[in-house]
Unconditional design. Structure first.
Ligand code: DGL
Length: 270
């Protein structure tokens, strides 16, 4: 196990959506070195098979381990549902792995017992049934109503949010009867924090919208602190890699990360 506190935190997603999680991590843990990997060559993961996402995840883990990461955060629900168990085994001796699903499940079962909760996410995440299984295992009387919303991640990647088109697509999905009579809603895709306000407006603030970025950053902080792995050096480095560089990805990173970042290309297969 890498027990070097100055080792970077590796964070990956299918693309740039996971930068919402990276941003929450850098806000909460400003001293940590960050290596972000966006697998833009294989985006979107939400439509891919479990086997394909596992293969991409192993390749990305190899890259992050080579760069000395002490922890790997799977900043993608689709990859967390498809590849977490495999990756945990794969990197067992080298680094700790955090996914975006378990911290949210813990939060929900502790704070929202006996509620009817909605969930929106990619096809991969929703068909995996992983949230439903984990929440049912906790036996807190929670009813989970999930809906796959595959148009939302590409819509957001293209910069379509807070406009007429996004309002209509969001309203169309949220009016699905599967999401009737919910008291809270899990955003089970790391792209969706960018449309949190629109979802909140749709429900006139009457449904609590649960976004995992800060919850995951806090789970990471607790792990680092309990294992004496918090980095105490200041002036941390941040590196952002993508498997296929395009200028439009670089332009969009600001939307997700809140500041301009320079993307470097790192191919997974040559
Ligand atoms: N950000 C990914 C997630 O949390 C979804 C985007 C994709 O389909 O690649 O599931």
């Amino acid at each position: 196990m890498n027990n070097n506190p100055s080792g970077p935190i590796g964070i990956y997603d299918s693309g740039i959506g996971g930068l919402t999680v990276a941003h929450a991590i850098t806000n909460l843990l400003p001293n940590e070195n960050i290596i972000y990997f966006g697998d833009t060559a294989h985006l979107p993961y939400g439509d891919k098979s479990e086997a394909a996402i596992q293969a991409y995840s192993v390749k990305i883990a190899d890259v992050l381990l080579k760069k000395g990461c002490k922890v790997i955060v799977i900043a993608c629900n689709s990859a967390s549902s498809a590849a977490y168990e495999l990756l945990k085994e794969y990197v067992r001796k080298d680094a700790h792995i955090i996914n975006v699903i378990d911290p949210m499940v813990d939060h929900v079962v502790n704070h929202y017992p006996s509620q009817t909760i909605g969930l929106i996410g990619t096809k991969r995440t929703v068909t995996s049934g992983i949230y439903a299984t984990r929440i049912a295992q906790a036996e807190k009387g929670i009813t989970l109503n999930s809906l796959a919303t595959p148009l939302l991640a590409p819509m957001i990647e293209e910069g379509f949010f807070n406009n007429q088109i996004s309002h209509e697509i969001i309203a169309q999905y949220l009016s699905d009867e599967q999401l009737g009579s919910i008291a809270s809603m899990i955003l089970a895709c790391t792209h969706y924090p960018l449309i949190k306000k629109e979802i909140n407006n749709y429900y006139n603030g009457k449904v609590t919208i649960l976004d995992s970025s800060e919850i995951v950053a806090e789970a990471l902080r607790i792990y680092l602190s309990e294992n004496n792995l918090l980095n105490i050096e200041s002036k941390p480095n941040k590196h952002f890699f993508v498997s296929d560089f395009t200028p439009s990805f670089e332009a969009s990173t600001r939307l997700f990360f809140g500041e301009i970042v320079h993307l470097e290309q790192h191919r997974l297969w040559n």
